[in-house]
Design a protein around this ligand. Structure first.
Ligand SMILES: [Fe+2]
Length: 246
C-alpha cells in the first residue's frame, strides 16, 4: 500500500495509537466483507461499514497524519482493494487536516473506500492487462465510475455525496474527464478530496503497466495538476499533511 510518507511522527499516546489501529482494522475488515459480497453479486447495506468509518473519522481528528502510518491490509488482498484502503485513509486524513467536521470526514473516507467499487464489474482481463489497453478496453474501464455509482446507490445508508464522488472521481477540476454526464454536476468536498487521494496513490503504487513514481516525482505531478486536474486548495492541504509543503 502506497500510503504517503509521514515524517512528522505522531502526537498520539501509545494507547490512542492502539485504539486508532483497532478502529482501522474494524473499518478495513468491514470493507473487505463489502468487497466480497459485491464480488458475489450481493449488494449489502452500507450501515455496518459506515458505522465503523464514522468511528474511525472521530479517532482521526486529533492527529490526522497518524492514520498514514497504519496499514491493516493483508498480503492476499488484491490491488483494487489495497488501493481503495489507501485512498480511504488518505481521504480521511486529508479531510480531517483541512478542518472538516467528523461527519464530512467520514463521508470523505467512505467515498475513498468505495470509489473504485465499480471495478468489481470490469473484466479481470482488462483490469490486470499488462501494457496498453485498446480503445474499447479503455471505454469499458472508464465505465467503472458508473458501475460503482449504481452499486453504491443500491447500498442502504450511503450518503448522496458519496454516490456523487464514486460517479465523478475522474471528472477533473477543469470539467473534462469522465463520465461526461457527471461534468456538469455541482461536486462536493468528498469528490474533490478523493480525486487528490486517488491521484497520489495511483501514481506512487506499482502496477502491471506502470512503475511507481518516487515521492518527489509524485509531489511534482500533484503540483502540476493544481487547477487543471485537481482542486489546488486541496492539493496544498495534502502536501502540507504529508510534509511536502508548497
Ligand atoms: Fe477510479
Amino acid at each position: 500500500m502506497a500510503i504517503a510518507d509521514n515524517k512528522r511522527g505522531t502526537s498520539l499516546t501509545p494507547s490512542e495509537l492502539d485504539r486508532l489501529s483497532a478502529l482501522c482494522r474494524d473499518a478495513v475488515g468491514a470493507l473487505r466483507e463489502v468487497f466480497q459480497e459485491i464480488g458475489n453479486g450481493i449488494i449489502p447495506p452500507a450501515e455496518p461499514l459506515m458505522d465503523r468509518v464514522r468511528a474511525l473519522a472521530g479517532g482521526v481528528l486529533k492527529d490526522p497524519a497518524s492514520l498514514l502510518q497504519l496499514d491493516p491490509t493483508r498480503e492476499d488482498d488484491g490491488y483494487t482493494f489495497r488501493h481503495s484502503v489507501s485512498v480511504g485513509f488518505l481521504a480521511l486524513a486529508l479531510a480531517a487536516s483541512l478542518g472538516h467536521d467528523a461527519e464530512q470526514v467520514a463521508q470523505c473516507g467512505l467515498a475513498g473506500f468505495l470509489h473504485d467499487i465499480g471495478k468489481t464489474r470490469v473484466d479481470l482481463c482488462i483490469l490486470d492487462k499488462p501494457g496498453k489497453l485498446s480503445g474499447d478496453e479503455v471505454l469499458e474501464m472508464q465505465k467503472h465510475a458508473e458501475y460503482g455509482a449504481e452499486i453504491v446507490r443500491g447500498m442502504a445508508g450511503v450518503p448522496a455525496s458519496v454516490v456523487e464522488a464514486v460517479l465523478a472521481h475522474h471528472v477533473r477540476f477543469d470539467r473534462t474527464g469522465y463520465p461526461e454526464s457527471a461534468r456538469t454536476l455541482c461536486l462536493g468536498i468528498p469528490c474533490a478530496v478523493v480525486a487528490v487521494a486517488d491521484f497520489y496513490d495511483a501514481t506512487t503504487t506499482l502496477r502491471t503497466y506502470q512503475r511507481p513514481m518516487l515521492r518527489d516525482e509524485a509531489v511534482e505531478a500533484l503540483r502540476r495538476a493544481r487547477g487543471t486536474v485537481l482542486d489546488g486548495s486541496i492539493v496544498e492541504g495534502f502536501l502540507e499533511l504529508t510534509d511536502g509543503g508548497v
